[in-house]
Design a protein around this ligand. Sequence first.
Ligand code: ADE
Length: 225
Amino acid sequence: MHAEAAPLIEKFNLKKVEDFFAPLPPQLYKGEHNGKEIFVILNGQQNGLDLVGCEPATLSTQLLISKLNPTLLINAGTCGAFKSNGSNIGDVYLSKDEIMFHDRRVGESGEWYKMGVGFYPCLDASQMAKDLGFKLGRCTTGSSLDMANEDLALIKKNNGELKDMEAAAIAWVASLYNTPLICVKSVTDLCDGDRTTEEEFRENLSMAANNLKDACFKILDYLLK
Ligand code: ADE
């Protein structure tokens, strides 16, 4: 969403590259940090609304990797998390182990189950998390902001900790190209709290986007020394 990316674009002084993906909706911003080119891609809009979810994320990632062949892909965004895991609103996490879907149910075990859930790789960011003071969590993706009981069951079964709407779609495309991926996720809401997700998400989006910007700055400084 533009609200998630706006603080980043400002902090890194990125400039929009007009019509780079035209006529498709993704939008590209470009700049540099410590002498290296950096890009931010947004899913863009349709009918005046930010495009959220797996289909726009798949399209953006495919376009980005095929046209710009990045050395490293960072999926920076917000997520829901679980207070039962010790998560707090505003926490920033780096992805751990593998990235999964929680609403693609194709049997309960075996090869087709694995295809549905995905279990796509991400980089081992444990040293960076330790050095920079971030938590680590397993990302799990679905197409809804709320959570059906079946989704929760699959999240629990696969020890999912960070619930979003894009990471697994991005990780799937990255896996096809062998592009290294790290997800950086800032918590807007607690999926096992007593508030509605939408209300909590709206209330905390700007604070979480700000934390995300600070985290991305630290990460790029760390990686591009
Ligand atoms: N993005 C932020 N919070 C989320 C949640 N609870 N579920 C899915 N995507 C989110």
